[in-house]
Design a protein around this ligand. Sequence first.
Ligand SMILES: Nc1nc2c(c(=O)[nH]1)N[C@H]1C(S)=C(S)[C@@H](COP(=O)(O)O)O[C@H]1N2
Ligand SMILES: [Mo]
Length: 384
Amino acid sequence: MVTGDRPFTRRQFVSLSLALAADLAARRALAGQQPGGEQFLGTIPLSAPRAAPLNRLLATGLDARLFTDLSGLRADSLLTPNDRFYVRTACPDAARTANGWKIRIGGLVSRPVDVAAEDLARQAEDLGICLLECSGNSDPDNFGLISAAAWQGVRLGRVLAGIDALPAATHVRISGLDHDRSPMGTSVPGASWVFARDQLRDAFLATGMNGRALSPDHGAPVRLVVPGWYGCVAIKWVNAIEFAGDDAPPTSQMVEFAERTHQRGMPALARDYLPATIDHAAVPVRIEHWSSAGRPVYRIVGIQWGGETPSDALEIKLGGGVPFVGVTNCPLPASTRTWSLWMHEWRPAAPGRYALSMRFSDPAFQTRRLDMDFYRRVVTIPAA
Ligand SMILES: Nc1nc2c(c(=O)[nH]1)N[C@H]1C(S)=C(S)[C@@H](COP(=O)(O)O)O[C@H]1N2
Ligand SMILES: [Mo]
């Protein structure tokens, strides 16, 4: 898909100017102007209209969900407003009513220490933009369990700097308050995850998002964020950090999410869990219908995220029995920690139902979800 001697710089430049031109054209079209004979005719829905409404909290407690509507993402609105940031599990009453919140730092340390959430909030700094995605973000009618925010908080390294961990403390278990999941009261209460210490290099304890204090449903007063990892490790209502040995068992949260974090089987020890990292992924979020010089053209707008190395080598397959083709406008992302937009110009040969699949042409990339067509979307192009 890359052509010419200077593929990257040239392609990026062309992509960015096209993307900006498309944005401008869209705004003019909405304002009734039609530059260069281009006219915006509307958007085509992706898949079936889902029964569950988007952008508002549904159900309560453990079953609470807010599915974020991704269809409106634009270059100038890539942060999810706090009240539309996806929710997976609402705030338990015990966290809502708590005062003087403390995090107990203990386990394999010479002396346990309590850290007050208030002190963390006072020390909080801007830690950049990072998305969270639920590892169960699998609803093909929306994929709305993913959102991006600019976070405020304290790096875990700073929080743990003064702690005297014992030599055997190779791992760290981070726990939060939780709903009681077992009616029998048999399982360990709380949600927690065990990390090797070097896996927490980029992790932070967040006290704010998008410049506002965390809301109760997003983990107030303090939650964990591990950039590049699935949301199931992003423990909310954090109340304990324990140093542990490499014989630490997996937590019930790790076992519950083993399949969704692509574990091979059920490892007996936490250290044998694969890191719950997000591979390179991409999905269309809306389809714009345009008329260009009297001919219909569809602009598939989508996001890509995940992985470590930014890539513009994104490809799309438009229906069955046809090969993947290079996405026409895929700027090189500045970061893989949050989503970025791409756009593909499409002139379908005939009306009908098309399944849209994505892949990266870089064979070195691990793309477990794309490989199983996890983020496939379906669109029906109406007869003209
Ligand atoms: N204490 C606690 N933390 C938790 C959970 C939970 O059930 N309890 N759910 C996790 C899951 S599965 C996800 S995807 C994220 C969702 O964070 P959000 O609701 O702020 O988007 O929180 C994580 N942290
Ligand atoms: Mo999740």
